[in-house]
Ligand binder design. Structure first.
Ligand SMILES: [Zn+2]
Length: 272
């Protein structure tokens, strides 16, 4: 939801269309620079939580962040940007920050994972206890890491299973990455695979997006729920899955101002 007119408005606007959970950007996702959190922002978000009853708030970091970027300058900027995001969310009382973490570029995935893991461990050591970093599953577009559950497992291991490191699973991305969730069986196998490799207890948020691009295309293009290559079944499974009763499920589909309400209603209509 947009934070236009103040961060609390993301919750107020979300409430109007029936959201029970909201994802925000606390800073512009396409810039390195960000403004500091003010007491006014903290108070506004607190008021909005009370007014709306929405407490499930998740933040998404800047798209520019690449913890294993090939140049030291970009690695440093990425680290500082993600650290600032975690600090902002700590002040705002936002418990989860979703990040795309890293892209290997010209390195091997093994090298890129090691660099990303080391940066992440340091980052978690330098940030407050009340905010958890969620590694997002990616489509594997370009040279993004984390399109395999094995990558997430490796990063968790490099961080010694840090308790403030979790995962956000994006349905569009895992599908594009080659996890076929189109059928009940495929959905269940994917979740079993995730549980075995990463642990469902690490799964703290879900991005519910259909996919414009085909299975295993490694292309990241979100489509409205039920209108893309994934189709309705996966989303029916998801919203009726008791394992995710308390997990924020967030839409990241296009034309949010008009379509979030529609997609939300679609997801609700799938509830058995
Ligand atoms: Zn996502």
């Amino acid at each position: 939801m947009s934070t236009s007119g103040g961060i609390g408005n993301a919750l107020r606007e979300g409430k109007k269309i029936g959201c029970a959970a909201v994802q925000v950007f606390t800073a512009s996702p396409r810039q390195w620079k960000s403004k500091a959190v003010t007491g006014e922002m903290v108070a506004d978000l607190d008021r909005a939580r009370q007014e709306t009853g929405i407490t499930a708030v998740v933040s998404h970091d800047s798209y520019l962040v690449n913890l294993c970027a090939p140049t030291e300058e970009i690695r440093f900027k990425s680290y500082e940007s993600l650290k600032e995001e975690l600090l902002r969310c700590s002040l705002l009382g936002i418990p989860y920050v979703v990040s795309h973490m890293g892209s290997a570029k010209d390195q091997t995935e093994e090298e890129a994972l090691r660099t990303t893991g080391e940066a992440t461990r340091r980052l978690l050591g330098e940030t407050p206890d009340n905010v958890t970093l969620l590694m997002e599953t990616t489509a594997g577009q370009g040279s993004s890491l984390n399109y395999r559950f094995e990558h997430l497992a490796t990063l968790l291991e490099l961080c010694q299973g840090h308790r403030r490191l979790g995962v956000c699973l994006d349905t569009c991305h895992v599908f594009a990455a080659g996890y076929d969730i189109r059928t009940e069986e495929g959905y269940e196998l994917t979740m079993i695979g995730f549980d075995a490799m990463v642990g469902l207890d690490r799964l703290k948020a879900i991005h519910a997006n259909d996919s414009m691009r085909p299975f295993a295309s490694k292309l990241d293009r979100h489509e409205h729920i039920g209108k893309g290559e994934i189709g309705e079944t996966a989303f029916r499974c998801l919203v009726n899955d008791p394992r995710f009763d308390d997990t924020p499920i967030l839409l990241e589909t296009n034309d949010g101002e008009t379509m979030h309400a529609v997609n939300l209603a679609t997801l609700r209509s799938f509830r058995a």
